[in-house]
Design a protein around this ligand. Structure first.
Ligand code: FE2
Length: 288
């Protein structure tokens, strides 16, 4: 396969990748050029290739790390636990096929509420509404690097709690029903926990510093008064999401967006809930 990688036009970061052949195993050369491009551009849009099968998608992701079993986390019953469907489509019997909701999603980094959070994530558009919601990304390396030195010094050594307990209680209202179903069937699933991480983390491959807080998931700076913590998190959030630093992705069916989950944040617009949307989401895990 011959990959062509070019920077996105009119975007603060990101690159467009063509020439990916999903049915072909990645050569070490292709894998190296994807890894190098991801570190340089933070986000890669694979476009124009045939839609990968579930198996092809998992094999591709496995080339870049240890996949998180997302469907187990969110108690869905897919054939491949590495693939988390993000969809408002329900099965014929009304069963939920994946993480539901057509509402907007607040800025977050996938699995930051886990002890071993996501390092790299992959989002593939299978079915889109006529007016697809955009997904927005921002570069948290740049966010950290452009903080005032005094603020960088203030963040040194701080830790924060990350939790999705509120999210699970609201857009995914029937999560309690899934837990009851699994318990009745005797299926063991991981709990949705909360985790504590440094406010500034370093990418395990490059050592580069990342501002690792998000409005959607980070709840509080550990050991700080609530008002002071909220004010600091708000200041960091506003800095990280300055409009000229944000890339908004307009989806086409078949797009695979691979992004540095540790080093970026993303959010999603809402869409008409009567229109169908199906995405396949995968992540690799890391220790930070
Ligand atoms: Fe996400």
């Amino acid at each position: 396969m011959s990959l062509n990688i070019v920077p996105l036009v009119d975007a603060p970061f990101g690159a467009l990748v063509s020439g990916w052949e999903p049915t072909e195993p990645l050569t070490s050369r292709s894998k190296r050029s994807i890894n190098e491009a991801l570190h340089r551009h933070r986000l890669l849009v694979f476009r124009g290739q045939p839609q990968p099968s579930d198996q092809d998608l998992v094999r591709f992701v496995e080339a870049f790390g240890d996949p998180i079993r997302g469907s187990e986390w969110f108690r869905n019953a897919g054939a491949l636990p590495e693939i988390l469907p993000v969809t408002n489509i329900r099965g014929e019997d009304g069963d939920r096929l994946g993480v539901e909701g057509a509402t907007d999603l607040e800025w977050h980094a996938d699995y930051s509420y886990a002890a071993t959070p996501a390092k790299t994530s992959f989002l593939n558009a299978v079915e889109l509404p006529p007016e697809p919601p955009r997904t927005y990304f921002t570069d948290m390396y740049a966010a950290y690097a452009t903080l005032e030195p005094a603020l960088q010094a203030r963040l040194s050594g701080l830790r924060a709690t990350h939790s999705i307990a509120d999210y699970m209680a609201e857009p995914d209202k029937n999560f309690a029903a899934k837990i009851e179903r699994d318990e009745a069937a005797g299926i063991e699933r991981p709990d949705i926990p909360e985790a504590e991480h440094p406010v500034v983390v370093h990418h395990p491959d490059t050592g580069e510093a990342i501002l690792y807080v998000s409005r959607g998931i980070t709840r509080r700076i550990v050991g700080m008064e609530r008002a002071e913590s909220s004010a600091l998190l708000k200041e960091l959030h506003l800095h990280a999401t300055r409009p000229d630093q944000v890339y908004g992705h307009d989806w086409q069916v078949g797009d695979l967006v691979m992004f540095d989950t540790l080093g970026t944040m993303h959010r999603r617009d809402a869409w008409d809930p009567t229109e169908r949307r199906l995405m396949r989401q995968l992540s690799t895990a890391c220790v930070i």
